[in-house]
Write a protein that binds this ligand. Structure first.
Ligand code: HEC
Ligand code: HEC
Length: 392
C-alpha cells in the first residue's frame, strides 16, 4: 500500500511539475529552443507575454475579446505547444542519437531516479526489464515489456523528463536517450543509432499486446438473448415460506428473539427433561396446580419469554400476551396481529391442542409466525401448560 501511495504522490507531483514546466516553456520557447523546428519559426514571431492568454483568445482577433485584451495565437505559437509524436512517426523531428551518447546522457539526467541500467531506483519507475511478466499477478510494465509504440517513449521523455526539468533536452539528446532505453531492454545493439529515419523499424515486443475492444460486436450478441418477462418457469412450486424461514424479523425484538430461539432450541435438543415434572404428566390436572410443576413450567417458559409475556403487566410483543390462554379461544388475544393461519383457525386451547401446538408449532399451524422449533419433551409441555394456566 505504501508503495502505491508513494507512487501516487510522485504522479501528482509529476503532473504538477509538468504543468508548471509547460507554462514556463510557453514563455521560454519563443526566445530559444532551436531544436524544435516548430519553435524555430516562432522565434521570428512577436513575443507575447503568455501563451496561455493568447491561446484563450484564439477564437477572436486582436483586441476584440470580451476584455479587449490579447490577440489570436499564431500558428507557430500553437505549433510550439503541439509537440506530440504519433505511432506512425507524425510529429517526429529530424535528428538522431546513439546508444553510446545515450548512456552518458541517461547517467547524468535520469539514472538518479531510473537507475544506471533503467532498472529503477526505489519506487521510481523502472524503464527496462519485465519481459514475460504481463500475465503475472504483479506485472512489471516497462517501456520494453509493455509499451506498444516507441513514439510514446520518445514523446514522454521529450515532453516531461527529466522529472522537474521537463523539456530541457535537445532533440538529438532525446534520440540518444531513447536509444539507450531500447539498449537497456536488449532491443538494440550497443552500436545502434536511433534517428527519425529508422525510428519505425524498431520492433516493440508488446506491439501486438493491445487489441481493439470489439466485444460489443463479437461477444455480447452471443450472451444476450431476449429476457423472459412472463411464465418463465414451467413448474412453479413453493418450497419454503418466508415466515417459516423468518428471514425478515419484524423489529429488533424479533431479531433478538431469533437468537433466543436458537439458543433455546439447542437446549431443547440436548438437555434432559426437567426432572421435577417426570411424574406430573400422568397425574390428572386438578384445579389447584402442583406448585412444583408450575415452578418447572416457569423454567420452561424461559424459552418463550423472548416473545411472550405473562403476568400483571403482560402485553403483546413478538407473540401475544398469554394470560388466560389455557382454555381461551385460539388466536383471539386483543390487539395482536396474527398470521393468516391463526386468523383462520377455530377452536380453543385445550391442554391437548396446546400440547400438540407446542410440540410442533409449524406442523400444527403451517405458516405460523411463531418461529419456534417446539418443545421436545412432554414433561416440558405439561409443565409450561401448568405454568400458563396459573395466569388468568
Ligand atoms: C527526479 C526523478 C526523475 C528523473 C531525474 C527522471 N525521471 Fe523519469 N520518471 C520519474 C517519475 C516520478 C516518473 C513517473 C511519472 C508519472 O507517472 O507521472 C517517471 C516516468 C518516466 C517514464 C515513464 C515510465 C512509465 O513506465 O510510465 C519514462 C520513459 C521516463 N521517466 C524517462 C526518463 C528519462 C529518459 C529521464 C532522463 C532524461 C528521466 N526519466 C529522469 C522520475 C524521474
Ligand atoms: C420467536 C417468538 C416466539 C417464541 C420463542 C414463542 N412464541 Fe408462541 N407465538 C409467537 C407468535 C408470533 C405467535 C402468534 C402465532 C401466529 O400468529 O401465527 C405465537 C402464538 C402462541 C400461542 C397461541 C396464542 C393465541 O393467541 O392463540 C401460544 C399458546 C404460544 N405461542 C405459546 C408459546 C409457548 C408456550 C412458547 C415457549 C415454549 C412460545 N410460544 C414460544 C411467537 C413465539
Amino acid at each position: 500500500m505504501s508503495k502505491s501511495l508513494k507512487l501516487f504522490g510522485g504522479t501528482a507531483l509529476g503532473t504538477l511539475a509538468v504543468l508548471t514546466m509547460s507554462v514556463n516553456f510557453a514563455d521560454r520557447n519563443i526566445a530559444s529552443f532551436p531544436d524544435n523546428p516548430a519553435v524555430m519559426t516562432a522565434i521570428a514571431a512577436p513575443v507575447v507575454s503568455s501563451g496561455l492568454i493568447s491561446a484563450a483568445n484564439a477564437s477572436t482577433s486582436a483586441g476584440e475579446g470580451k476584455l479587449g485584451l490579447g490577440r489570436a495565437a499564431l500558428p507557430e505559437e500553437i505549433a510550439a505547444w503541439d509537440v506530440d509524436v504519433s505511432p506512425d512517426g507524425t510529429g517526429l523531428p529530424v535528428g538522431s542519437g546513439s546508444v553510446e551518447d545515450g548512456e552518458m546522457l541517461f547517467s547524468e539526467n535520469c539514472a538518479v531516479c531510473h537507475g544506471e541500467f533503467a532498472e529503477g531506483v526505489g519506487n521510481w519507475p523502472e524503464l527496462a526489464g519485465g519481459e514475460g511478466t504481463l500475465a503475472n499477478e504483479d506485472p512489471v510494465k516497462t517501456v520494453g515489456s509493455y509499451w506498444p509504440y516507441l513514439s510514446t517513449a520518445w514523446d514522454y521523455v521529450h515532453r516531461s523528463m527529466p522529472y522537474g526539468q521537463a523539456q530541457t533536452l535537445s532533440t538529438d539528446e532525446v534520440y540518444a536517450i531513447v536509444a539507450y532505453i531500447l539498449y537497456s531492454n536488449f532491443l538494440v545493439e550497443d552500436d545502434f543509432v536511433l534517428s527519425n529515419e529508422n525510428f519505425l523499424e524498431v520492433e516493440m515486443p508488446n506491439a501486438d499486446g493491445f487489441i481493439v475492444d470489439d466485444r460489443a460486436e463479437t461477444e455480447y450478441p452471443i450472451w444476450r438473448t431476449e429476457p423472459c418477462m412472463e411464465n418463465c418457469k414451467d413448474n412453479v412450486e413453493i418450497t419454503m415460506r418466508a415466515s417459516v424461514l423468518n428471514v425478515t424479523p419484524e423489529d429488533e425484538a424479533a431479531a433478538e428473539a431469533e437468537k433466543v430461539i436458537e439458543a433455546a432450541n439447542a437446549v431443547t435438543e440436548t438437555e434432559a427433561p426437567v426432572e421435577e415434572v417426570v411424574a406430573a404428566v400422568e397425574e390428572p390436572a386438578t384445579d389447584a396446580p402442583d406448585p412444583e410443576l408450575v415452578a418447572a413450567g416457569e423454567k420452561v417458559f424461559g424459552k418463550c419469554k423472548a416473545c411472550h409475556q405473562v403476568g400483571e403487566d403482560a402485553s403483546n410483543r413478538v407473540g401475544p400476551a398469554l394470560n388466560g390462554i389455557v382454555g381461551a379461544e385460539i388466536g383471539a388475544v386483543e390487539g395482536f396481529k396474527y398470521s393468516r393461519v391463526f386468523d383462520e383457525m377455530d377452536g380453543t386451547w385445550t391442554e391437548e391442542e396446546l400440547a400438540a401446538f407446542l410440540a410442533d408449532p409449524r406442523g400444527y399451524a403451517r405458516g405460523t409466525k411463531m418461529s419456534f422449533a417446539g418443545l421436545k419433551s412432554e414433561e416440558d409441555i405439561a409443565a409450561v401448560t401448568a405454568y400458563l394456566a396459573s395466569f388468568d
